[in-house]
Design a protein around this ligand. Structure first.
Ligand code: SAM
Length: 273
């Protein structure tokens, strides 16, 4: 395993590895599976939430690349490599696309490095999304991202791991002020259902990781401060520009209504004017 792998503590669950487990991945340890199983038993929609989020992310990256013509991405809280990673989706339509992956979990760096060894247009930075200045100044970010050109800023399923007193809105505003007009921001986020399931899910995340916040649609929309939210607004991941062609895919959209669980994760795409 690559450098930093020694920092990986297998005895404690990690957000990245629990999420990998929910998505059916293999990069997780017993401690992660205990929490993942807890979610699956007590919150049986957890797997659906992970899949519907991932599907929306894939569609958003495709849109940002194909429709907006953006050729560089910063994917913060990127998670472990899975089926369709941001660089693979974007490079399918535009092979020259450059991607900086950022995650605080050392296991992401280890696995990411292995995946990206051959790809000079892509890198993984181990950093904390709550310290955007460190990400901005990192030599790999400066090498791959041209801040005079539009950037695709991806904050998929990560800002709900930032507590209120850590000001998730300030993180988005930092990047808004750094990137060029025409940049796009994709945010997906746990949405409060004001129901017992949400309360229980929030409690489990706080007890396990000390972080995890389900926010209302209003609070999530406010994260896009100063940006132009594009159609269809902040809606469930499932309803965010569904692609009927994906109907049969494991991560895909189908025509049925969103379940209670699928309503607990929403997404939005915005453009810097
Ligand atoms: N973005 C991917 C997606 O939407 O499929 C992965 C989402 S996963 C639920 C959340 C990821 O955010 C994990 O990999 C976790 O390590 C990372 N993360 C959580 N808090 C973070 C922080 N403060 N800084 C950087 N990464 C963080």
């Amino acid at each position: 395993m690559a450098e930093h792998a020694s920092e990986v503590d297998q005895s404690k669950p990690s957000i990245a590895r629990v999420y990998d487990y929910l998505l059916g991945g293999k990069d997780n340890f017993a401690a992660d599976r205990v929490i993942g199983d807890h979610f699956m038993v007590n919150l049986p929609g957890s797997v659906a939430i992970a899949h519907t989020n991932r599907a929306a992310l894939t569609r958003a990256v495709r849109e940002i690349s194909l429709t907006a013509g953006v050729r560089q991405f910063i994917d913060m809280g990127s998670g472990l490599p899975t089926a369709d990673n941001v660089h693979q989706v974007a490079q399918r339509s535009a092979p020259q696309t450059r991607v900086v992956y950022v995650d605080s979990d050392p296991i992401v760096l280890a696995h990411g490095r292995a995946l990206l060894e051959e790809d000079e247009r892509t890198c993984v930075v181990q950093a904390d999304v709550r310290d955007p200045e460190a990400i901005r100044r990192h030599q790999d970010t400066r090498a791959l991202i041209d801040f005079d050109q539009p950037v695709g800023v991806i904050l998929s399923a990560v800002l709900h791991h930032v507590n209120d007193d850590e000001d998730p809105g300030a993180i988005v505003r930092y990047w808004r002020d750094q990137v060029a007009p025409g940049s796009h921001f994709f945010i997906s986020h746990f949405r409060s259902g004001e129901n017992p399931e949400t309360v229980e899910a929030e409690r489990t995340l706080q007890e396990t990781f000390g972080r995890g916040r389900w926010r209302t649609t209003g609070e999530i929309s406010a994260l896009f401060d100063g940006l132009e939210i594009l159609d269809p607004g902040v809606v469930t991941c499932r309803d965010w520009r569904p692609d009927p062609a994906e109907g049969s895919s494991r991560f895909g959209s189908e025509t049925r209504d969103a379940t209670l669980w699928e309503q607990l994760i929403v997404a939005g795409l915005a453009r810097k004017p």
